[in-house]
Ligand binder design. Structure first.
Ligand SMILES: *Cc1c(COP(=O)(O)O)cnc(C)c1O
Length: 422
């Protein structure tokens, strides 16, 4: 019996997060033994160039020495206290220093917790229950966010998962990404406490928002007295040091973080203006808590990574250069072979679509050829290139990935392109 079969005997579906089961691309997931730099090895000693990097957190690749040392040092002092430690204060300072519009932060253990808590806080602050989210944006798996469009956009959502009461999702309005008219319609339904958006959407492959659209969104939130939440769990410290802020210079009221902020350990955070954040317990009445929140080992990892990013801000340019080379060559090769191919990249993030038009929203993304993506995935994996097992995910470049790695990936793509065309 293979380990995936054994895993399924004990763990639901053999995995602890569904995308890992490879359902949308077929085949079996390799079980990973170790990673170093840009590479991972599975238990059969197959080596892969890793474009997932734990879904974003490992911007310096696997087993970065400074981060590893910081973790080991923290472990030796005790792994958890459930009491405040100086590491939390230091990480809070390092993060807030980057964002002049964010005054206070709260650390949690995952991106899901960060967005869920940010929404509760926004509702508590405004006293308004309705929220607006966008089709194709993912904000974790809390009840009010597991929503799909009802009939037509700009309507109240319906649960996208059994177990989510309709009564919860009736407060979630769904708008279309990059479509300000759909947002206006949602606001006209009234009682909107907050808008949550990925300003650089990384969960429908990669679709950055238009600057004009985000500016209008900011204006609408001001006009209606709604809290604007930028979910930068993926884009924070990934798209650039300050995430979307460096790119759009738009000030959200609350920003959520995850992934990179934990240096590979389970950390999430939400930060915002003082006036809003002080509504949070123990200062204010909006309840939020966590036994392991601010865990010293996790904080040490996050702190080492954020400090390293802050002292090496030039890495984003070189990461983007590599992403650009990868994507533009994939595009050239596809064109030569009459395959529709579109791509986006922002900093170290990249996304591509087997699609004749460049997607602006979720409907566009859904017109991409996912069968082609599955073939791409299978063939690249066989050749030692580990891409996301779903056409709806973003890819990541890490600093140890060198030009040779990128060239090898391009050459492999050239070899499999016939097979993708089918
Ligand atoms: C990954 C992600 C989340 C959820 O974070 P988890 O740590 O998986 O709970 C939320 N929002 C965005 C934008 C994400 O990419």
């Amino acid at each position: 019996m293979g380990i995936f079969q054994e895993a399924q005997k004990y763990i639901v579906g053999g995995v602890n997060s569904p995308v890992r089961a490879f359902k949308s691309v077929g085949g079996e997931p390799p079980f990973i033994k170790k990673g170093k730099g840009a590479y991972i090895w599975d238990i059969d000693n197959n080596k892969y160039l890793d474009f997932i990097q734990s879904w974003g957190p490992l911007i310096f690749g696997h087993c970065d020495e400074e981060i590893e040392e910081a973790i080991i040092k923290a472990v030796k002092n005790g792994v958890s206290f459930g009491a405040p430690t100086p590491l939390e204060v230091e990480l809070a300072k390092e993060v807030l220093e980057l964002f002049p519009h964010l005054d206070l932060i709260r650390f949690v253990n995952s991106g899901t917790e960060a967005t869920m808590s940010a929404i509760r806080l926004a509702r508590g602050y405004t006293g308004k229950d309705n929220i607006i989210k966008f089709e194709g944006c993912y904000h974790g798996h809390s009840d009010s966010l597991l929503v799909s469009a009802g009939s037509g956009a700009a309507t109240f959502g319906t649960p996208s998962s059994p177990g989510v009461p309709k009564d919860f999702t009736k407060h979630t309005l769904l708008a279309k990404y990059n479509d300000i008219e759909s947002v206006k319609k949602c606001f006209e339904n009234g009682d909107v406490g907050c808008v949550i958006i990925e300003p650089i959407a990384g969960n429908m492959s990669l679709v950055p928002a238009d600057k004009e659209f985000l500016n209008e969104l900011r204006d609408l939130c001001n006009h209606y007295g709604a809290v604007l939440i930028f979910d930068e769990v993926m884009s924070g410290f990934r798209a650039s040091l300050r995430g979307s802020y460096d790119i759009y210079e738009i000030e959200a009221d609350i920003v959520t973080f995850g992934k990179v902020i934990g240096g590979g350990m389970p950390v999430g955070a939400f930060a915002g203006k003082k006036e809003i954040m002080e509504k949070l317990s123990p200062v204010g009445p909006v309840y939020q808590a966590g036994t392991l929140s601010g865990n010293p080992v996790a904080m040490a990892a996050g702190l080492a990574q954020i400090k390293k990013l802050k002292s090496n801000p030039e890495i984003y340019k070189s990461l983007e250069k590599k992403a650009t080379k990868l994507m533009s060559k994939f595009s050239d090769i596809s064109k030569e072979n009459e395959i529709d191919f579109q791509y986006n990249m922002v900093g170290s993030m990249f996304g591509f679509f087997f699609n004749s038009v460049k997607p602006k929203n979720f409907d566009d993304v859904n017109k991409s050829d996912t069968k082609k993506y599955a073939k791409f995935h299978n063939e690249m994996l066989k050749r030692g290139f580990y891409f996301a097992p779903s056409a709806y995910e973003t890819g990541f470049i890490c600093t140890p990935m060198n030009d040779n790695d990128i060239d090898n990936t391009i050459n492999a793509f050239r070899k499999i392109v016939e097979c993708i065309r089918g």
